[in-house]
Write a protein that binds this ligand. Structure first.
Ligand code: PMV
Length: 316
């Protein structure tokens, strides 16, 4: 038996633009997915998820491609093949604190923790580069055309600036004075669908969209500088500008705007959509002392509000 856990994430700036190779910044959060891998005597792979309340048996002749647990089965098979192990006889137990479909990287964290637990089972060591690469394969199944930012930040933890063609750089900063507040719009959305929608609009209005993408890339670089200078006021301002760019590319709506403005009016350094938009969560960055007020104000308009710390820990 072996276990691993990996953190959820929030994208501070650059979602969507990152899909087309602009840099983006993400942070790991202090909520985690835990996965335990156990050897079993059965001729199948049992994957169960405590928080989804589901379990599924996968065997050679019975593979449910539509199951939300299929991406985890896929990476499990991938790792078993890597170690030339029998493709059956394992239980994968998922226990995640990260709300699914919330833009908080739950699918990536579960994949990262699963791969971490499996590598540890066979190898007794954790090779982060390998973990992130294999977890990306699960993300491809979930989202279609993921940038790879979710599995990367979940693997390495802390704050990263990420570019698809170049990988990531860790941003060194002390985040102890800050809180991340996440509020649910209550509108469910599908990341893959919104990524496609944005790309179609970009195709249609290429000349208009290209400067927006360059602007978002520049913005991410400025935001990285702000983080390394501990200039969280500038970081907040840049997040607000980023929200404007996300509205421009068509992923905001009335409810998300309402939550963003409530957070700003109650003292957030910056507030914006986080993740694919169209629904899901908004993110507010604030100093610790302002976080309770923002939380209470958002709670009046949102059923699920979380206050999180940025976590330096990736997969472990
Ligand atoms: O909504 P989430 O957490 O799945 O984030 C999606 C972020 C996108 O940039 C829209 C897609 C991606 O793969 O980076």
């Amino acid at each position: 038996m072996s276990s691993a856990s990996a953190p959820g994430k929030a994208i501070l700036v650059g979602e969507h633009f990152v899909v087309e190779n602009q840099p983006a910044i993400a942070v790991a959060l202090d909520i985690r997915a835990h996965v335990t891998v156990k050897k079993s005597s059965l001729d199948n792979i049992l994957i169960s998820s405590k928080n989804l309340g589901t379990k599924e048996y996968f065997s050679k002749n019975n593979i449910n491609l539509k199951s939300p647990l299929y991406p985890i089965y896929f990476v499990t098979q991938y790792v078993l093949k890597m170690f030339k192990a029998e493709p059956t006889g394992f239980e994968i137990l998922i226990d995640s604190d990260i709300p699914p479909s919330a833009g908080m990287g739950s699918s990536a964290a579960v994949a990262v923790a699963t791969v971490g637990a499996l590598l540890k089972f066979f190898n007794k060591s954790i090779d982060k580069e390998k973990i992130s690469k294999i977890a990306y394969k699960a993300e491809e199944i979930v989202h279609g055309k993921p940038s790879g930012i979710d599995n990367t930040v979940s693997t390495y933890g802390g704050a990263i600036i990420f570019r698809k063609s170049e990988g990531h750089i860790k941003l060194e900063a002390d985040f102890n004075d800050l809180k991340i507040i996440l509020a649910d719009s209550g509108i469910s959305r599908n990341t893959g669908k919104f990524v496609k929608k944005v790309l179609m609009l970009k195709d249609k209005y290429e000349k208009v969209f290209i400067p927006l993408y360059h602007s978002a890339g520049r913005l991410a670089i400025e935001a990285a500088k702000a983080i390394e200078n501990h200039d969280f006021y500038s970081l907040g301002e840049l997040m607000n500008v980023n929200h404007g760019l996300l509205s421009a590319i068509g992923v905001s709506n009335r409810k998300l705007e309402e939550l963003v403005y409530i957070a700003r009016e109650n003292g957030a350094l910056g507030a914006k959509i986080t993740g694919a938009g169209g629904g899901g969560f908004i993110l507010a960055l604030s100093f610790k002392e302002d976080s309770e007020r923002i939380y209470r104000a958002l709670k009046e308009k949102s059923d699920r509000v979380f206050i999180c710390d940025i976590s330096s820990e990736g997969v472990k």
